[in-house]
Design a protein around this ligand. Structure first.
Ligand code: URA
Length: 432
């Protein structure tokens, strides 16, 4: 088989066979296909797309290129959640604890952030002592005992994806649905879960800017999951403004704990309950999402979800006292107010720019080896559709520098106040 023929088939709109995809993935992992030929095929896939069968076959071959976790030692249906990433998206933290409190094992393998999205592991590391790197045995034992663990990858997961993702980044082929779907699902299938709920973000702060694109991605992800034998569904949720009111590592831990105490912001709590309801149905603890939602609400009321979260922190070496004392996490030196410059309705609060501002404060990475500052970030006092008055605080900037004119300017550009505006829809669609 020759790589040039595989490129030729896809370039001309043909369908790649299982054997061709296997040859490609093997060559990527062994290093026998040069980067320029891998990149040429990625560009051909970008323009010519893939059939459902090709997408699933590519995913499975990428998944098989590395280690697959065997979670069979953990009794019960294991349920996980994945998000395509957004600003202020700390959903995994309260969600895992609430679902675990209903008795469902939640083995969550998460990632670090680059740019302004993602980074569940970074957020957890704002808790003093918290270890995100557990061995495979430690991870499995903890999920069996405590019903939840949130960790980084325990072995070499989908090495083909690592190589391909690196090349997509520098060849402008990241935003291709078959390539995104195979990248995400190869890693999720390798994580050994039985069921998966996917939060596909849509809007200016998301990978997929339009609802049409987001729907196509959601369908591709769910289709691949089902073909691989997982129970799988997706929720398409809004990312035109940050989720919740706090952006930044320690700040997002605080807000997650607030959700578990029943004091979380409305949008974040609603999304957690929506995603969680599907997880509880998939985990067979409820017949339908109405019953599941009640169970989840009960885990907040009776304190059992907060207890699960504290137990996870303790099991992973962190200080569980943070749930009662947020001051135990790093604190920023300055809290700088940022006020509205006119009366009106908040009509723009760009997730992208607020995320970038938080990153520039030191809360996110511009390069993979950047060190994070856990204390910094932004607190929103208003969300889209709110009426505001001139001079009233819109945001508080948590900074370790007193003078931040560049960041204030960026935030000024991320905000618009007009005469009229609406509260955006949070949950756009369910894809099953
Ligand atoms: N996340 C991934 O893991 N892969 C992609 O291609 C996009 C987002």
């Amino acid at each position: 088989m020759r790589m040039v023929d595989i490129i030729d088939t896809k370039r001309n709109g043909g369908t790649l066979s299982d054997e061709q995809l296997q040859f490609f993935v093997d060559g990527v992992v062994k290093g026998t296909i040069p980067d320029y030929q891998i990149s040429a095929l990625l560009m051909a896939i970008y323009f010519q797309k893939m059939t459902k069968e090709e997408q699933t076959s590519l995913t499975m071959k990428m998944m098989e290129s590395g280690e697959r976790l065997d979670l069979s030692r953990i009794p019960g249906i294991k349920v996980d959640k994945h998000s395509t990433g957004g600003v202020g998206d700390k959903v995994s933290l309260p969600l895992a604890a609430m679902v675990a409190a209903t008795g469902i094992p939640v083995p969550m393998i998460s990632g670090r952030g680059l740019g302004h999205t993602g980074g569940t592991l970074d957020k957890l590391e704002a808790i003093p002592g918290f270890r995100v790197e557990l061995s495979e045995d430690e991870f499995i034992d903890q999920v069996a005992q405590e019903k939840l663990a949130i960790v980084g990858a325990t072995g070499e997961v989908a090495p083909a994806d690592k190589k391909i993702y690196g090349l997509r980044d520098v060849t402008d082929t990241v935003d291709s649905i078959p390539l995104i779907a195979s990248s995400i699902m190869s890693k999720k299938i390798a994580s050994g879960t039985d069921a998966l709920v996917i939060d596909v973000k849509t809007g200016t702060g998301a990978f997929m800017k339009t609802l049409d694109q987001s729907r196509l991605l959601a369908k591709a992800l769910v289709e691949i999951g089902k073909q691989a034998g997982l129970k799988c569904m997706a929720v398409i949720s809004d990312m035109n403004q940050p989720l919740g009111n706090k952006i930044g590592n320690a700040l997002e831990i605080e807000e997650s704990i607030d959700v578990l105490k029943g004091k979380g912001p409305k949008d974040l709590t609603e999304l957690v309950l929506t995603l969680g309801s599907y997880m509880v149905v998939m985990g067979e603890k409820a017949q339908d999402t109405t019953e599941a939602r009640k169970l989840l609400e009960q885990t907040i009321k009776d304190g059992s979800a907060l207890k699960r979260f504290a137990a996870m922190i303790k099991a992973q070496g962190g200080d569980p006292a943070v749930v009662d004392n947020y001051q135990l996490m790093p604190q920023a030196k300055y809290k700088i107010p940022f006020n509205a410059d006119r009366d009106g309705v908040l009509t723009k609060l760009s997730a992208d720019e607020v995320g970038t501002a938080s990153m520039l404060l030191g809360g996110g990475r511009q390069k993979a080896d950047d060190k994070l500052n856990y204390s910094v970030g932004i607190e929103l006092h208003h969300k889209l559709g709110d009426h505001v008055k001139a001079g009233e605080p819109l945001l508080t900037i948590y900074s370790n520098r007193r003078e931040i004119p560049d960041i204030e300017q960026l935030l000024r550009e991320s905000i618009n106040i007009s005469d009229n505006g609406q509260v955006p829809t949070l949950i756009h669609e369910i894809v099953e």
